[in-house]
Design a protein. Structure first.
Length: 131
């Protein structure tokens, strides 16, 4: 079990001290309950909806919890030209794919960054308790 003391000051590293001022004790409890109950993978928007936080902030929260060893985070890659489903996934540590990128679904060489979209998918790998 990871113990995280002050969730409002959770940081990614010494260069990125993010302010999670939206994480009230009530939201922390919802987050803890969600992570405890979630046995499979979940999408960033599902977490945002479940704990009622702004979607714009949920990715920062997922990155931070991944950095602290609570979540295993993957980047899902979508090719908007050929599919509504992800065409590939990769560990978030690998970063975004370089262009040109060959679509694994349709075989097209993607050269425009606007042809790719991304979403985070995470899996709980450790229990967390906010203190």
């Amino acid at each position: 079990t990871h113990e995280i003391q002050d969730m409002t000051m959770l940081s990614l590293d010494y260069r990125h001290n993010l302010q999670f001022d939206f994480l009230t004790p009530d939201v922390c409890q919802k987050l803890s309950d969600y992570l405890d109950s979630e046995s499979g993978k979940f999408m960033s928007y599902e977490l945002a909806n479940a704990i009622e936080i702004p979607y714009e902030r949920v990715n920062e929260l997922i990155f931070a919890l991944g950095f602290h060893g609570v979540l295993d985070v993957e980047l899902l890659i979508y090719h908007v030209i050929c599919s509504d489903a992800p065409i590939a996934s990769r560990p978030i540590e690998s970063g975004f794919p370089s262009l040109p990128y060959e679509c694994e679904s349709c075989g097209t060489e993607v050269i425009e960054p606007t042809e790719l979209e991304y979403c985070l998918q995470a899996k709980t790998i450790s229990k967390v308790r906010f203190i």
